[in-house]
Design a protein around this ligand. Structure first.
Ligand code: UDP
Length: 509
């Protein structure tokens, strides 16, 4: 009896602790990083009563359309870059923007501290390397947040090992940009990788290159975090989780996007995460299309296509005879669209093609008209597709860890096909036509779709009541509550308590 009362008391104390939590959230200033952290913030505020201070650059702040949540405070800080700095155009630009945020965030924490309102913990994107320094300075536990899947996280965290093994820097043929053929077989959770499957940062020409250094800095800092949250699902990456070599307790808490019933409605009407205006006119157009008939083509928020590639893609879409919805971001190509697209393309595809500059992707992916997704393999897009639509994917990786994601989609999950590039790096018209038909019309497409739907169900279960991701969010909150209650130095003790993620059945790796 006494034991039970004690347990109840402890549970109440833990709940009260959680109620008092306040997180300062530090995303990397790019769309693909802001979206999942905003979704997570909303989940933490709505379901766990955690107050959120969400910090972005002023530049991004001015573009945000989020409707306010009483517990979420959005703060825009000057990044001290010139007004005309491109900031979000390339990884290098965004790197400069995030580095510019360190001093202003320090000042913000100082101000909060002087008002006795210091947050109880920091949730910082793994890209925000200076967050750990501030965590130590203000004695606040830092939770690292990875916007990738665990597979990419595990490969990136092995950078030093790949250097020691002599695999990195990748060897090139006579100093050209072509890699020497070699199979990378040191990851037990992956099929043998080709050099071009490795994340782009690790393909840097030398160990001292800033991108490779940046990855190593990320993981050095991350090793001091109290926990790592990954926007993925335990059941989808069980084998990788079992093989993680780094020692920080790592929890899959995804998908961060809110799903189902009332929550999805919220997403439709309230939570807008896009930094670009969404063209909603594509929704009534989708309404008019047959079920499963439309190919959605989008390469995310950063990837660009050169003119020759745009022409081949457009011609291939034209030749495939399939209805398509194509996102062509302004600034992702040079010149005006009418000059870039092949002559007569618009007329030829008028009745079955729709081009937008940016769309409400979550609503598009959940539309019954969708039948396939040609994607650059950004992790958010992949996860969103699995959870909302589950259509087969055509993988066309461009940047970051996207080539690795494509290997997971094609070789491990078997829910998509990859485009083949020619020697000149271009995917030709005939290849576009081939993959579009294979995914939209041919017999094998049903198998891909069934598998994608199955994976989607697994992902959705993780965020239902009692699901692995919700349990993991609770564990992370418990870790920070306990850290807060017993002093920051208890981190080492907490680590030993949570050495593995909760793992359940349904192993897909
Ligand atoms: N997105 C969107 N509208 C579009 C294209 C993309 O809202 O027209 C969103 C998409 O839902 C996803 C994000 O932009 O959340 C892109 O992230 P991802 O990781 O897929 O790729 P990245 O942009 O980081 O390369």
């Amino acid at each position: 009896m006494q034991e039970r009362a004690k347990q109840q008391e402890e549970a109440m104390a833990s709940q009260q602790n959680q109620r008092a939590l306040h997180a300062i959230v530090l995303p990397h200033p790019l769309q693909g990083h802001i979206t999942p952290l905003l979704h997570l913030s909303q989940k933490l505020a709505s379901s766990y009563n955690v107050a959120i201070t969400f910090v972005v650059t002023q530049h991004i702040f001015s573009k945000m359309q989020i409707t306010s949540h009483p517990l979420i405070k959005l703060v825009g800080l000057a990044d001290n870059l010139p007004q005309d700095h491109p900031r979000q155009s390339t990884f290098a630009d965004s790197y400069e923007a995030v580095m510019g945020l360190e001093i202003p965030t320090d000042s913000l924490l100082q101000e909060l501290s002087s008002q006795n309102q210091l947050p109880s913990f920091i949730i910082a994107d793994t890209f925000v390397t200076w967050a750990q320094k501030l965590a130590l300075k203000y004695s606040i536990p830092r939770v690292a947040f990875a916007t990738t899947n665990v597979t990419a996280f595990a490969v990136m965290s092995s950078t030093s090992k790949l250097i020691d093994l002599g695999i990195l820097p990748l060897k090139t043929v006579n100093g050209s940009s072509k890699y020497v053929d070699q199979l990378i077989t040191c990851f037990p959770f992956l099929p043998p990788l080709q050099p071009h499957d490795i994340p782009v940062s690790l393909r840097s020409p030398s160990v001292s290159h800033y991108r490779m250094q940046f990855v190593m800095a990320q993981f050095a800092e991350l090793s001091k975090a109290v926990t790592v949250m990954v926007n993925s699902v335990t059941e989808l990456e069980k084998t990788v989780l079992e093989n993680l070599e780094h020692k920080v307790p790592t929890f899959c808490i995804g998908p961060t996007l809110r799903l189902g019933g009332e929550n999805f409605l919220l997403q439709k009407t309230g939570m807008r995460t896009s930094l670009l205006p969404e063209q909603e006119d594509c929704l009534p157009w989708l309404d008019k299309q047959g079920s499963g008939s439309v190919l959605y083509v989008s390469f995310g928020s950063i990837a660009n296509l050169e003119k020759a590639q745009l022409v081949e893609l457009a011609s291939g879409l034209g030749a495939s005879n399939q209805p398509f919805l194509w996102v062509i971001r302004p600034g992702s190509f040079e010149g005006s669209l009418s000059d870039v697209l092949p002559v007569g393309f618009s007329e030829r595809t008028r009745n079955r093609g729709y081009i937008v500059s940016w769309c409400p992707q979550l609503l598009v992916l959940s539309h019954r008209a969708l039948g396939g997704f040609m994607t650059h393999c950004g992790w958010n897009s992949i996860l969103e597709n699995l959870c909302l639509g589950g259509v087969p994917m055509i993988c066309w990786p461009h940047e970051a860890e996207q080539a690795l994601n494509a290997r997971v989609i094609v070789d491990i999950w078997k829910v998509g096909l990859k485009v083949k590039k020619e020697e000149d790096g271009i995917v030709k018209l005939e290849e576009v036509e081939r993959v579009v038909r294979a995914v939209m019309c041919e017999e094998g497409a049903k198998e891909l779709k069934d598998k994608a739907i199955e994976l989607g169900k697994v992902a959705k279960r993780a965020v239902e009541e009692g699901g692995s991701s919700l349990k993991n969010i609770e564990k992370v909150l418990e870790v920070v509550s306990n850290t807060k209650a017993s002093g920051f130095s208890s981190r080492a003790v907490l680590r030993t308590r949570y050495t593995t993620c909760s793992q359940e059945s349904n192993d897909f790796c």
